[in-house]
Design a protein around this ligand. Structure first.
Ligand SMILES: [Zn+2]
Length: 118
């Protein structure tokens, strides 16, 4: 818990993605925005070279801003893997329950056949 507090400000930075933007003046700038956004949200950005606002021709997603060792990517993949494994475990349990149900019903059906029913 203490670790989370200490790393609090870093966590925010780690939620940022780098984007390489090609502008209408043919300059390229690197900007960051929150990972929640799947595409770059701004269509006009200030160009530091021209010192003017330029339209964004192309936005290329570079990746996490604070991810020198690919840690954020690994964590995300690990989380996806855990979620998929949990889903598989649930599906296996459901399948096992269905199998048990089939076995029980088959047994019950077998029991009704040929019984004198007295
Ligand atoms: Zn420019």
């Amino acid at each position: 818990m203490i670790k989370e507090i200490l790393l609090g400000h870093e966590t925010n930075k780690r939620d940022l993605d780098d984007w390489d933007l090609t502008l209408t003046c043919d300059h390229t700038v690197r900007l960051t925005q929150h990972r929640d956004r799947r595409s770059f949200s701004t269509s006009v950005v200030p160009c530091p070279t021209c010192r003017e606002r330029r339209g964004v021709v192309e936005a290329v997603h570079v990746g996490p801003t604070e991810d020198p060792a690919g840690e954020v990517r690994r964590e995300r993949l690990a989380a996806e893997l855990r979620a998929a494994e949990a889903k598989l475990a649930r599906q296996r349990k459901a399948a096992a329950r269905t199998e048990q149900q089939i076995a029980a019903t088959t047994k019950e059906l077998g029991g009704t056949q040929g019984s004198s029913g007295g």
